[in-house]
Write a protein that binds this ligand. Sequence first.
Ligand code: ATP
Length: 254
Amino acid sequence: MEKVIELKDVWVRYGNQIILEAINFELKEPNGLLGIIGPNGGGKTTFLKVLLGLLKPYKGSVKLFGKTPEKSRELIGYVPQYKGFDFDFPISVWEVVLTGRMSHTGFRKKYREEDKKAAEEALKMVEMFQYKDRQIGQLSGGQRQRVFIARALATNPKLLLLDEPNSGLDPHMQEELYRLLDRLKKEMAVIMVTHDLSAVSIYVDRIACLNRTLHYHNSREIPVEDLEATYQCPVELIAHGIPHRVLENHKENS
Ligand SMILES: Nc1ncnc2c1ncn2[C@@H]1O[C@H](COP(=O)(O)OP(=O)(O)OP(=O)(O)O)[C@@H](O)[C@H]1O
């Protein structure tokens, strides 16, 4: 079976700042929930952008389902951070979810029956179909998050990427979100980026740390085994060393 993700010696930079350094990472299982943790600025969003093909590493190879990110784009659902995004224009839940079909349809005014069917199923999966005619601006943060997940599900992804979906949600809404992810992970591979996995750890099958500096406590690095004991699941460091090292002999050529 093809690996869901395979990164070999991946290096990513913005300008002359190295953000991801020598990342080797594999995700084989087509189902399950992977948590990615790391400090602010540790490169978590950058990592997701690499998987989506929005950022190209300057070194190394990225494969999803055995193909380049560009060629596997239709298999990936993405829920970006919508922190603080205020909908001050009228757009319904239904319209938001339908925009998720754009990767299939392109910008078209008229959606096909199959687009509508996919949007309906996605909204049902997140138990928000009854809100389909509501304005998105009239929903709570937790409800909106579900709609954005539905938008990503409308493409029928095999891999779902979520960037800090739990931020800004109260403990009850977070729990609801984790239950939803627990259901979804049975049908696809799910990756959730977050700062804190303590609440979600019972649902996570594996954890990847994007920067070990997160795990310093009183200037002591916490061993991976201790993290595994805390989270009760395998933990892997996928980026080491000093983050954001400045590239030596950098030439502005990419
Ligand atoms: N478009 C960009 N141009 C230049 N630098 C960028 C750009 N986007 C991000 N960075 C830098 O890359 C680093 C990693 O950012 P990234 O957003 O991936 O971190 P993160 O782990 O997701 O952070 P957070 O937890 O705060 O969301 C940061 O230092 C950031 O300032």
